[in-house]
Design a protein around this ligand. Structure first.
Ligand code: OAD
Length: 238
């Protein structure tokens, strides 16, 4: 049996499926957020220009849901793995919740941003922690410079965060594992193709993802069950 050794560089990409068992809805599929909201009306620069109140209503709802969520065994297993592998683990998430951090992961690349941060849409003020909700008819938050305060989220049509660091880690990885992501949103969906041929590639999730043919191994099941089991078996010699 192949196993993960202390000299491997493990790249883990997580998606909405990892937080599903914590009560945070995924985007696609039954009960998915994009079944009830139109992406272009709540998660795009165009939406922000046309109707910032609707955008904040959407992210306020998501902040409330995420604030009530607790990490599940998948988040905990990845935090434990960081203690063992240290810098040999690169954890990259498409999720904007803070459940990896709540589970005690300390080095997480949030490529799609962070729900509990905001930033100015005009000046270069750094993103800051913001757990407030801004539901209409409340006033929309404003920066001292007069600009609007927006969620620190990568919207459709925007460039994901931390791509330099992420691609460096992809170039170095010997094992690539994607967990709970449907494999349709770029550039994350193509990370596996970037490492294929030189890294061991593993998918774990409830359903076969759209990019399944690029993975060498596929383990179907709930992340909170499959991931801890897999790591207990594969990382037992670490
Ligand atoms: P999706 O909603 O597209 O896919 C979630 C995946 O998780 C699906 O393949 C489900 O089968 C799987 N899943 C559901 N429950 C699971 C569980 N308990 N355990 C394991 N897997 C489970 O979410 P993402 O692929 O993360 O982007 O979506 C990628 C991006 O699309 C998001 O980051 C977001 C969205 O639009 C932005 O907002 C920029």
């Amino acid at each position: 049996m192949l196993s993960i050794s202390p000299t491997d560089n493990l790249f883990v990409l997580t998606g909405a499926g990892v937080s599903a068992e914590s009560g945070i809805p995924t985007f696609r599929g039954v009960g998915g957020l994009w079944r009830n909201y139109r992406i272009e009306e709540v998660a795009s620069p165009h939406a922000w220009r046309c109707d910032p109140r609707l955008v904040w209503e959407f992210y306020s709802m998501r902040r409330r849901v995420a604030a009530a969520a607790k990490p599940n065994p998948a988040h905990l297993a990845l935090a434990k793995l960081e203690q063992t592998l240290g810098e040999h683990l690169f954890l990259c998430t498409q999720n904007v919740d803070d459940l990896h951090e709540q589970a005690a992961s300390t080095n997480v690349a949030h490529m799609h941003g962070e729900l509990f941060k905001s930033r100015c849409d005009t000046c270069s003020r750094l993103p800051f922690r913001d757990t407030n909700t801004y539901d209409p008819p409340a006033e929309l938050p404003q920066c001292e410079c007069g600009g609007g305060i927006r969620p620190h989220i990568c919207w459709f049509g925007e460039v994901p965060f931390e791509l330099d660091r992420i691609f460096r880690a992809l170039d170095e990885c010997t094992v690539f594992m994607a967990v709970g992501t449907s494999g349709v949103v770029e550039p994350a969906a193509s990370f596996v193709a970037h490492v294929r041929g030189r890294a061991r590639t593993i998918y774990m999730g409830a359903e076969v993802p759209a990019n399944a043919c690029v993975f060498r191994e596929c383990h179907l099941g709930k992340a909170g069950e499959v991931l801890p089991e897999f790591l207990a078996l594969e990382a037992q010699e670490l």
